[in-house]
Design a binder for this molecule. Structure first.
Ligand code: BGC
Length: 454
């Protein structure tokens, strides 16, 4: 049985029906403000047009390179689109050293171009002409399909000299500086766009793409007449365009203050992008473990966990060491654990604190803390998804999803479905599908569709 005091501790994370409805209304309003020219500058859900106006048909063919920068790793991929909704992908992961994440931008792009050159050499493609789709998963103002100005860094990146610059040009210049491969950057896209495209490749009803990974964001298909920022030329022949919501910034205008907790405020205050990306800080993998860590510290202080142990001050100092000690993947592992064995939970407790056999009660308390933090994240994501699904003009809407939190958390999907059931309009038919390699296949599809429509 859970202590009433533990329930009380977690109460601020449990959103009431009223709060869910209220966040939903505020979110929908922000999306509408982001789309409108007159309110766009003040809106915090920016709704940037992506210039991707064609969804894949499944017939796309050809070889494409793709780059994926934006999470914990950086990847280079070779994607062969084979028609008949089919594709093969071979890829290589490269680490992005911590100092490059906050060092001069030019060095980051040189590192990327260096990895790209190694990859091309390894695949024996040095002499081939290769179109490249660049999945750059940060907020960008797109000026066209292959030009994107970085608005701000997120997710722990902070490289001077890139904000306000065209990242397509920076990548192109870094490739030119090396001069050892014939690669053309033909498209820049967000990972959510990649997710939507790769799901649409499989299922023609996909209209929303969502990432809940290191960061959190979504895109959706909007009618061109509602997208004020899209240049008139792009409204003449095509009816729709993918809009990158950049919902991670939701709340920067104070809209989430009525649900943010003291823990959310602390996560924000200690982050390198203070007061920014407040919705992201409640939903994304980069922050969820840290939230659990802060709640655990409070639980230790109030003697609500490890009550029998005299080593509580020592446990607290382990948690105070750094913001990353309680990894977000532990949340998934703990919620996946079986009662009353709690094998994974006990392993994590032992690894963190050196405590041999945590009691069933302690494991339950820890699990409840994780559950409340993850469920709130899933609820918030589902509120946003519902808002976007309700905006699309289709009756049947598939939501393409990706990201480590969604993928590996055992209940994230079902938490989300409970909310979608309540908020999506009754005349819509919806479902969620897991994306297969949106950043690779999706980037190739954007590149392919772009060359086709030319
Ligand atoms: C970025 C988005 C991205 C999301 C998921 C956020 O921090 O602003 O552009 O889609 O992370 O990677």
């Amino acid at each position: 049985m859970l202590d009433a005091e533990v329930r009380e501790l977690m109460q601020p994370f449990v959103l009431s029906d009223y709060q869910v409805q209220e966040v939903y209304s505020r979110f929908c309003l922000e999306v509408a403000r982001g789309l409108k020219r007159s309110t766009h500058p003040q809106a915090n859900v920016k709704c940037f047009p992506t210039y991707v106006q064609d969804l894949p048909t499944g017939d796309e063919m050809g070889k494409f390179l793709a780059l994926d920068l934006g999470g914990t790793n950086f990847r280079v991929l070779l994607v062969s689109l084979k028609g008949h909704h089919d594709a093969t992908v071979s890829s290589q992961i490269y680490a992005v050293p911590k100092d490059l994440m906050v060092g001069p931008g030019v060095e980051l792009f040189d590192h990327i171009a260096g990895c790209l050159a190694k990859f091309v050499e390894k695949h024996d493609m040095k002499t081939a002409y290769l179109p490249l789709g660049f999945t750059f998963s940060f907020p960008c103002v797109q000026l066209g399909l292959k030009e994107g100005l970085l608005v701000r860094w997120t997710k722990g990146f902070d490289c001077p000299g890139v904000e306000g610059e065209d990242v397509g040009r920076m990548l192109h210049e870094a490739i030119q500086r090396r001069g050892d491969a014939d690669i053309a950057v033909v498209a820049i896209l967000n990972d959510t766009t990649g997710t939507l495209m790769s799901c649409a490749h499989r299922n023609a009803d996909c209209r929303v793409g969502v990432i809940v990974g290191t960061g959190c964001n979504a895109c959706y298909v909007e009618d061109v007449e509602n997208v004020d920022l899209l240049h008139a030329d792009f409204k003449k022949t095509k009816r729709q365009v993918i809009v990158n919501a950049e919902w991670g910034a939701f709340g920067e205008g104070g809209q989430l203050e009525f649900v943010r907790t003291e823990y959310d405020r602390e996560v924000d205050e200690k982050s390198i992008n203070r007061s920014e990306q407040l919705f992201e800080k409640m939903t994304a993998g980069m922050y969820l473990g840290n939230l659990v860590r802060l709640v655990l510290l409070r639980a230790l202080e109030r003697k609500l966990i490890f009550k029998q142990s005299s080593r509580r001050p020592e446990f607290a100092s382990v948690l105070q060491k750094n913001q990353e000690v309680f990894e977000t993947r532990y949340i998934s592992e703990i919620e996946d654990d079986s009662f009353p064995e709690f094998a994974s939970t006990r392993k994590i407790v032992k690894q963190l604190f050196g405590l041999e056999k945590a009691s069933v009660e302690d494991c339950q308390t820890l699990r409840y803390i994780c559950e409340c933090v993850a469920k709130r994240a899933a609820t918030l994501v589902a509120i946003g998804v519902s808002g976007l699904v309700n905006r699309t003009s289709n009756r049947r809407v598939i939501v393409g999803m990706d990201g480590s939190v969604y993928r590996y958390h055992p209940k994230f999907d079902s938490y989300m479905r409970q909310i979608l059931q309540k908020l999506v309009k009754a005349d819509k038919e919806w479902d969620i599908m897991l994306s297969e390699d949106g950043s690779g296949r999706g980037a190739a599809l954007v590149a392919a569709v772009a060359s086709k429509s030319k």
